[in-house]
Each structure stands twice: as structure tokens, then as C-alpha cells.
Design a protein around this ligand. Structure first.
Ligand code: CAO
Length: 425
């Protein structure tokens, strides 16, 4: 493969007048592909990108912002990565490219409400509405999903530069607005000015689960529905069977029954056992019942998945729950142990608390939070009776599940827990 330098000259830009260089898109050392933008020009009526005629490495940029240039002026020197590509044969292509750029500009630039003059139609405006940016900047913004109306321009006359777009993205990432929330930057405080402090790194698990939780919280419209299930009878049944499960080395906790009751509810309301497709336009119903269980470990939260919960008995589930939560706490879970869940349960019942709002584990569409059961007086129509009530908190993705469906789900779940025989129906 041959190597040679080529000076890129300014092609025919449709005017004999000198026009301003408003942006330099490359610097020495940059690799460019054929037709990558080198500089952007601006005339009274339009802005246009000047593309490279060849692929290669930028050796020198021969103009600077503010220069006035006209056809034939040298723009940049490029060391061709393929000597053949440096011939002049593609001048025609370049012209076509400019025409294409102009078209793109025309499409993406919101047109003023008043009818544009013919001249303005043939040469699209770069300042329209409240956005003042050239085609390269618009393309960059389009690729990065940036709304240019929210970007402040630091260029000449408030023009938005590529750097402005990059800064906007950086700022919104730093402020936690990776999806363009445009919130204020995170406060940068030196806490030591107020008293003694100690700084430690977040664990690897916390960093990873934190990023997932953040995405899920920001991207899923959550609603949490609460209900208290009367588990008085269930508790009697649990106590009666506790010892036999203990003999097998596991604990028969309420969670095992909640998992089975959740499967019964998922079967009755299949949209809770589903995921949105990536496009967000389809719902994928799962015909399996793999339940993720949030486990509190010394290094942070992990959610191992117990598979085919519908096909397992209470003691089998109790044993599996013990094994998998031990594995999680000992840091022995494999990636595969945490994949494939179709619904999750986060139980804080062993600790306490009255209710909480769990964050959905995407791409699942719902999660059940369980708090500590407590004796409460319940009105039976004639008198108050002490009943053991289990607080349930169901967070659901409101794009997929309606409030009424969620209420039906949680009421049915509660009924299953109150009378386990329903699970068999
Ligand atoms: N109400 C009353 N008592 C409950 C209860 C409830 N809802 N749930 C559990 N208990 C009792 C159990 O019966 C057990 O009592 P005994 O030892 O007397 O039988 C005790 O509380 C401890 O239970 P456990 O926590 O060991 O077992 P579990 O099956 O309920 O939960 C596991 C297992 C792994 C889910 C749990 O240990 C855990 O890690 N929970 C934390 C999950 C978490 O962090 N969620 C938050 C995620 S969002 O940040």
C-alpha cells in the first residue's frame, strides 16, 4: 500500500465570494475517512461542510477559524492511506456530497413559519428557530441524541460548536442525566471543611448494581401498589412444617410461600411475567417462571435467580434459597446464576420496616417488595380480630401495566397467601 500526501483544495462552493471558516473538525494526527468533514464554512445564506477527498492521516490544517476562503484555496494536507485514493477522480463525488449535506441540513433544520424566499430555500439557513449550528454539529447532535435547542453556543454570534455538543453530553453524564435529563450538576463539596471525614471506594458490586439501579429508576416509569396480606393461617402452616424442613438443613420462611403465590399470580396475569422488546413496541411473554431473589451480601445487593419455581415444592425451594443466598454471600455466584429472571422479589421481612418501593430489575416489568409481618386488628364485620398481616409493595412498569391490573394482581396474590389452596387452582 503506497503513501503520499495530498493537499485538499476548496472545491466549488457555489459562490465566487470568499466565505468564513467557522469550524475546524480535524487536527494533525487525526485519521479521516473519505468524505469525513474537515472544515465548515458559512456564507450569508448557508453553511456547508468541506469533506476530505481521501482517507488518511491529517498532516496539517491550512486554515483557521475566522479565515475567509474561496474555491481553490488549500484546506488541509492529508497523508493518504491508499495512494490510489488520492487521485482527483472523486471531485464529482465531493460535489455530490456537498449537495447531500445541503439536503440533510434542509431536512433537519426547522423551517421558519413564514415562507422562505427562494434564495433561502436553495441555500438552507443555519440559524433557524433558536438553533444556530452548522451541518456537522447538527449531525453530531443527531448521532448523540442531543436536543440542540438545549445547548448554549459559544461560537461566533452564539453559534453552537462541536465542542459545545460534547460539553453538553459530558455535563449531562456527570449530573446523572445520561439520557438527557438536563438536571443540575452533582454538588462538588469538600466535606472536610465541616468536620472529619473518611473516604472509601464503593465495592465492585455496589458500582455495578448502582449503575443498573440508576438506569432502571430513570428509564422505567415506576408506580408502587401496596397491600397487606392476611397470613395468619399460612403462619400456622409454616410453623407446623418448619421442623421437617430444618431437618433437611434449610429454613421454611414466609418467602418460600410468597414465591409460590407470586407464580400463581404471574400465571393469572401474564403481563407481569413479560418484558418490553428493545424497540419498546412489543411485549415478550415468558412461559417460564424464574424468580430473582434480592440477597443482601456484605459487598452489596445481588439478585440470583431460582428457576422453574412453578415446578418446585416448598422444601425444595427453601433448600435452593438457602444454597443460592449462601453462594451470593460468599461471592461464588456465576453470571449465569443471575440471568433469566422473569419477576423479582425483594424481602426485607427478616429485618423489619413497614413498606418500601423496590426498583424494577430491567428488563422485567415488576418486582414485589415484602416487609415484616405484624399483628393488626382486622374488622370481620362484627368485631376486630388480631390477624398476622404481611405488607406487600408491588412496583410495576406503568408503560406495560395499568394501575387496575396491578391492584388485581396484588389482591389475588394476597388472597393466595391468605389461603394457599388457591395456588392449586
Ligand atoms: N415477616 C416476618 N418474619 C419474617 C419475614 C416476614 N416477612 N420474612 C422472614 N422472616 C423471618 C424468617 O422466618 C426468619 O425467622 P426465623 O429464623 O425465626 O425462622 C428471619 O425472619 C430471617 O429470615 P431470612 O432473612 O434469613 O430468610 P428469608 O427467606 O426471609 O430471606 C433472603 C432470604 C436471602 C432474601 C434474605 O436473607 C435477604 O438477604 N434479604 C435482604 C434482601 C434485600 O436486601 N432487599 C433489598 C433490595 S433493594 O435494596
Amino acid at each position: 500500500m503506497g503513501q503520499s500526501n495530498k493537499t485538499i483544495l476548496l472545491p466549488d462552493i457555489g459562490t465566487a465570494d470568499a466565505v468564513d471558516v467557522i469550524e475546524i473538525a480535524v487536527k494533525p494526527g487525526d485519521q479521516v475517512q473519505k468524505e469525513d468533514t474537515l472544515i465548515t464554512l458559512e456564507s450569508d445564506k448557508a453553511s456547508m461542510d468541506v469533506p476530505s477527498e481521501i482517507a488518511g492521516t491529517v498532516v496539517k490544517v491550512l486554515v483557521k477559524v475566522g479565515d475567509k476562503v474561496k474555491q481553490g484555496d488549500p484546506v488541509a494536507e492529508i497523508e493518504a492511506s491508499d495512494a490510489k485514493a488520492s487521485t482527483n477522480e472523486k471531485k464529482e463525488d465531493t460535489k455530490q456530497k456537498q449537495e447531500k449535506e445541503t439536503e440533510i441540513e434542509k431536512e433537519k433544520t426547522p423551517q421558519p413559519k413564514q415562507e422562505a424566499k427562494p434564495a433561502a430555500q436553495s441555500a438552507p439557513p443555519i440559524a433557524s428557530g433558536n438553533v444556530y449550528a452548522g451541518p456537522a454539529v447538527r449531525r453530531l447532535a443527531y448521532q448523540l441524541g442531543v436536543d440542540l435547542t438545549r445547548v448554549s453556543g459559544t461560537g461566533n454570534k452564539g453559534r453552537i460548536t462541536q465542542e459545545d455538543v460534547h460539553q453538553f453530553v459530558k455535563q449531562s453524564m456527570a449530573s446523572g442525566g445520561g439520557s438527557g435529563l438536563g438536571v443540575l450538576p452533582w454538588p462538588d463539596v469538600d466535606f472536610s471543611q465541616f468536620g472529619e471525614v473518611e473516604v472509601t471506594s464503593l465495592s465492585r458490586i455496589k458500582k455495578k448494581s448502582g449503575a443498573n439501579l440508576h438506569r432502571n429508576w430513570v428509564m422505567i416509569p415506576h408506580v408502587t401498589q401496596f397491600e397487606d396480606a392476611d397470613i395468619t393461617e399460612l403462619e400456622a402452616f409454616r410453623k407446623a412444617n418448619k421442623a421437617s424442613v430444618e431437618k433437611q438443613g434449610a429454613k421454611l420462611t414466609p418467602l418460600v410461600f410468597i414465591m409460590k403465590a407470586a407464580v400463581a399470580a404471574l400465571k393469572k396475569f401474564p403481563s407481569f411475567n413479560a418484558s418490553l422488546s428493545k424497540s419498546g413496541e412489543e411485549l415478550v411473554y415468558k412461559h417460564y417462571f424464574h424468580i430473582g431473589v434480592a440477597v443482601d451480601t456484605p459487598n452489596g445487593l445481588l439478585v440470583p435467580v431460582i428457576r422453574n419455581v412453578d415446578q418446585k415444592g416448598f422444601s425444595e425451594l427453601a433448600i435452593e434459597l438457602k444454597e443460592i443466598s449462601e453462594k451470593a454471600r460468599e461471592g461464588k455466584l456465576k453470571a449465569n446464576d443471575m440471568q433469566g429472571g422473569s419477576f423479582s422479589i425483594s424481602s426485607l421481612g427478616g429485618i423489619g420496616g413497614t413498606a418500601f418501593t423496590p426498583i424494577i430489575n430491567a428488563p422485567e416489568v415488576a418486582i414485589l417488595g415484602v416487609s415484616r409481618s405484624v399483628m393488626k386488628p382486622q374488622w370481620d364485620g362484627e368485631t376486630f380480630k388480631p390477624r398476622l398481616m404481611l405488607p406487600l409493595s408491588l412496583s410495576y412498569d406503568h408503560r406495560v401495566i395499568d394501575g387496575a391490573q396491578a391492584a388485581r394482581f396484588i389482591v389475588y396474590l394476597s388472597e393466595c397467601l391468605s389461603d394457599l389452596r388457591r395456588i392449586l387452582l
